[in-house]
Design a binder for this molecule. Sequence first.
Ligand SMILES: O=P(O)(O)OC[C@@H](O)[C@@H](O)c1c[nH]c2ccccc12
Length: 260
Amino acid sequence: MTILDKIIEHKIKEVATRKEYLPISKLEQRPLFDIAPLSAKAWVTSPNRSGIIAEFKRKSPSKGLINGNVKVSDVTSAYVEAGASAISVLTDEEFFGGSVDDLLASRGVHRAPLLRKDFVVDEYQLIEAKSIGADLVLLIAACLEPKKLKELAMTAKNLGLEVLMEVHNEDELKGHLNEHLDLVGVNNRNLKTFEVSVETSKRLSSLIPNEFLKISESGISDPSTIRELKDFGFDGFLIGENFMKTEDPGKACKEFIEAI
Ligand SMILES: O=P(O)(O)OC[C@@H](O)[C@@H](O)c1c[nH]c2ccccc12
């Protein structure tokens, strides 16, 4: 059983419990459910912004504890201040040490597009994402059948959320593309082996149709990599650990953006 299988197995149980505890009708009553969403697509391509999607991640299955000493509100507001185009907050508790409360805390301190980073397996999580103030959601091709991914993408769009689909190889990309996606992310980290290679982004770039924004995800630690990836047509860059592993992630993000 791979780590991804374990995460999904756990997630299905977790969602069943959440649904019982807080039904959809209650989520729809939350005040944030009705706020107008922000467009990550617009912010990622804005000439006034960096294209960096800066992530708040305390721990991960591949690295263990990354940073247990910083506050999500401090870090994510500093990311926005530094010029990030969007913010990603992990909401998975079991494997990444995040929470829905982390995303809510982040929503309270800035008005940049906010990605709910989790393993979406059920439409409940999309409604929940909207109810806590997220603007976009991640759908991972490796976790979802093409038909299911497309249905979830359509539901997300109907809620006013944008959709980032994540792939890490040619087959996932070809099999899962559909008209409801906004951004396509290439994960440089193989979720089965944890190996990281930016070459994956370069290899897949020409296979992503131009109607989708191209995002390169994971393992980026050098501003020169951003310049290289831009030449391959990438618009956005998802960076977590490189910032989070420092004492002051906001400052690390600022220095990185200044060096692009
Ligand atoms: O910390 P990194 O290597 O900069 O990676 C960030 C982000 O891409 C990574 O956290 C990620 C990409 N896809 C995911 C799916 C689930 C959880 C986490 C992720």
